[in-house]
Design a protein around this ligand. Sequence first.
Ligand code: NZQ
Ligand code: ZN
Length: 382
Amino acid sequence: MNFTYQNATQIFFGQGQISKISDAIGTDAKVLFLYGGGSIKKNGVYDQTVQALEGHNWVEFSGVEPNPTKETLDKAIAVCKQENIDFILAVGGGSVIDGAKYVAAGALYDGDAWDILIGKYTPEKALPIGAILTIPATGSESNGNSVITNVGTQQKMAFAAQCVLPIFAIMDPDVMKTLPEKQLANGIVDAFVHVCEQYITKNAGAMVQDGFSEALLRSLISLGNDFNDRDNDLWRANLMWAANQALNGLIGSGVEQDWSTHMIGHELTALWHVDHARSLAIVQPSLLRNQIDHKRGKLEQMGRNVFGLEQSDDLAERTIDAIEAFYNSLNVATQLTEHGDDKQGAIDAVVSRLEGLNFVSLSENGTVTPVEVRQILTNAVA
Ligand code: NZQ
Ligand code: ZN
C-alpha cells in the first residue's frame, strides 16, 4: 500500500449551491460557459447559472454531445483561443465535464488536441475548470479523467491528467429532478461498476479501501431497491454523493484496479452507441465469470459483505448472479442486442479494435487477452 493521494476539488454540495459560482470564479476571468444539448434550459440550471454569472465576463458554447466528440470540442478550443478565455465553466454530466477537460488542455496547446488521447502530448497545464454537475454517474466533477470520441476514426479513448481536475464542483441534487428514469438507472450502474473496477481484484487486505467500497456498493444497491421512491431529496443526495465518491480516486488508492469492463464497454459505445453504463452491464457479468479464478476471493468477500450471502463453494458464482440480477432489476440489460444479427461479426469487430489499441492483456493480472475477450463476448452478445 504505497501511494500519493490528492484531490483538490472544492465541493459545494446541496440545494441552492449554484449561486456559489459568483464568488468561486473571479470577476477578472473571461469565462467559457460550456454545456450540452439544452437540458439545462428546461430545468432552470441555465437561468441560475446566468444569474450567478452576473458581473462576470462570459461567452457560451453549447452542443457538447453525450459521448463528447473531438469534432465539436475542437470548435470550443478555437473559441477559447480567439476569445482569450481563461476559465471554463462546465455545466452538465460526464460528457460536458470530460469535454471541458479536453478543451481546457487543448486551449493551451498549439497542435491537434487529439494528440493528448494518443499519447503524443502529455498536458501539464490547462485552463482552470469549474463544474456544475447535472447527472450523478461518472465522478468526472472531481477527478482528472476524460473520455473523448473521435467520430472520424470511430475511436473512444481516455486520458487522465492532474491539471484538468476541476477546481470546484457544484453538486445540487435538485438538478436531478428532470433526469429521465433511464439516466438515473445508468448513473447507479456506472457508479456501481466504478467501485467494482477498483474492488474486485486481488485480495490485498486493504481494510479502509475495501470497507468504503462495500459501503458504497451497499448504498447503491439500496438506492436501486428504492428506485420507486426516487422522487425525494435524500434519495437524490445519496446517489449524487455515492457516485462522486465512487470515482474520486480515494477507494482506488493503494489497491490493484481492473478497468477491463470499461475498456471493452467503450468499444460497444463507439460501434453501436450503447449508453456508457449499459455497455458496462453487458460486459461485466460475463467478464467476471470468465475471470472467476483470479477474482474468487474478492467476489466471495463481496457476496458476504455487500449482498449478505452465506458461505458456500459457489459463493463467487452466486455473487456474480446477484450483480447481474441487480442490473436487471433496474431494467438494464446484460446482453448486447444493438449490433443486429451478425454476432460473429460483432465479436470480431470489438476484438480487432482492442488489438488495434494494444489492449491485449487487460485486468490486474493481464489475463484478459483477445482469446478471453472473445469468450466474454460470446456470452455477452445476444
Ligand atoms: O446534453 P443535455 O441536453 O444536457 O442532455 C444530457 C444527455 O443527453 C442529459 N442530462 C444531463 N443532465 C440532465 C439531463 N437531462 C435532464 N436533466 C438533467 N439534469 O443526459 C444525457 C447524458 O448525459 P452524459 O453527460 O452523457 O451522461 P454521463 O454523466 O453518464 O456521462 C457519460 C460520459 O462520461 C464518460 C463516458 O464514457 C461518457 O462519454 N465517462 C467519464 C468518466 C470520468 N470522467 O471519470 C468515467 C466513466 O467511466 C465514463 O467513461
Ligand atoms: Zn464508467
